[in-house]
Design a protein around this ligand. Structure first.
Ligand SMILES: [Mg+2]
Length: 77
């Protein structure tokens, strides 16, 4: 992903998804995992899981396009 606007957009989405996971996790702590989410369809636990999936997805996309470098297994350990 060489275009600077595309890089900035990918990094912006990465930040947004981090923030959405923080918000979802905060609501699990405040109201409990089984509480209804604001959109009505899912529990807060399910909402949190969806936000984790969103974050994994943008990490994969950003790495695929060379915007970020993911850690190897040794760095994680
Ligand atoms: Mg999201």
């Amino acid at each position: 992903m060489g275009n600077i606007d595309q890089r900035a957009e990918a990094l912006t989405i990465l930040m947004e998804e981090c923030a959405e996971l923080i918000q979802a996790t905060s609501k699990v702590l405040r109201f409990g995992p089984d509480a209804q989410s604001a959109n009505g369809a899912n529990s807060l636990s399910e909402l949190q899981t969806q936000e984790i999936a969103d974050l994994f997805a943008i990490i994969r996309i950003a790495e695929k396009h060379g915007v970020i470098c993911c850690p190897d297994e040794q760095q994680i350990q």
